[in-house]
Design a protein around this ligand. Structure first.
Ligand SMILES: C[S@@+](CC[C@H](N)C(=O)[O-])C[C@H]1O[C@@H](n2cnc3c(N)ncnc32)[C@H](O)[C@@H]1O
Length: 225
């Protein structure tokens, strides 16, 4: 049983990551076409100056960066997703300044303290093994007054039928969605982090599977040095 659980969570051959990189862009298109594109556009267009995107996935946010972004650094740890990103970057429809791509996780990045004006992360705290560590890294990398722009799917709430269902299916969900926990209490993590929440909106991801429907969209700031 223990071995089986280990295999489900850490597939040594990475079949689940390959599978996820294949089906995720198609599944995402349903939500994007049902209104999520506008949510992303409103959020990402706030990015300015030197900007870092964490866990960029298939590159769905790239078209929303404006000319206010002088330099964009995109990071993504999955080599299967990086292939999508490389292909997006060849399409030459980006409005921002220079773009760099780095294959790396968000927990520890090779950049100096306080070296970014904006950090963008959409639907990644569900998947990163230690989301509190990622929030610490975001705080480290932002300059004072710099902004973290996020969208995350979250737990539906303690005692709710959907919340209980998210808790119940966590393990198979993690396997099928390449490490994605459907039930992260991300709002609590944000409140406990050193970042200062400036705006937080609760909503629903349109046309998404129920386990990843409840979502939060917002902005947090690094307030001090
Ligand atoms: C649900 S997808 C979201 C992709 C994209 N940001 C979006 O909004 O569609 C989760 C992404 O997080 C990435 N990821 C997994 N582990 C990570 C880590 N430790 N640090 C940063 N990103 C990670 C995955 O490879 C995947 O691309």
């Amino acid at each position: 049983m223990a071995l089986c659980t280990f295999w489900i969570v850490r597939d040594p051959w990475g079949f689940n990551e390959r599978l996820f990189a294949l089906y995720y862009p198609r599944l995402l298109a349903l939500a994007e076409n049902a209104g999520q594109r506008e949510t992303r556009a409103a959020l990402i267009s706030q990015a300015e100056g030197r900007t870092l995107e964490l866990g960029a996935g298939s590159g769905i946010n790239l078209v929303h960066y404006t000319a206010k972004v002088t330099e964009l650094v995109i990071t993504e740890p999955s080599p299967h997703m990086v292939k999508h990103l490389e292909s997006e970057l060849t399409k030459e429809r980006l409005r921002c300044g220079s773009v760099k791509l780095l294959c790396a996780g968000a927990e520890s990045l090779p950049f100096e303290d306080m070296s970014f004006d904006t950090i963008v992360a959409t639907y990644i705290l569900c998947t990163t093994p230690d989301p509190a560590l990622v929030l610490r890294e975001i705080h480290r990398l932002l300059r004072p007054g710099g902004r973290y722009l996020f969208v995350e799917h979250v737990h539906a709430g303690e005692g709710t039928p959907l919340g209980r269902f998210q808790d119940l299916v966590e393990l198979p969900h993690r396997y099928l969605a390449a490490g994605c926990h459907p039930n992260r209490r991300t709002e609590r993590l944000l409140e406990r982090s050193k970042l200062e929440l400036v705006r937080l909106e609760h909503g629903r991801q349109p046309r998404a599977v129920p386990t990843v429907r409840p979502r939060i969209v917002g902005t947090a700031e690094r307030s001090s040095a």
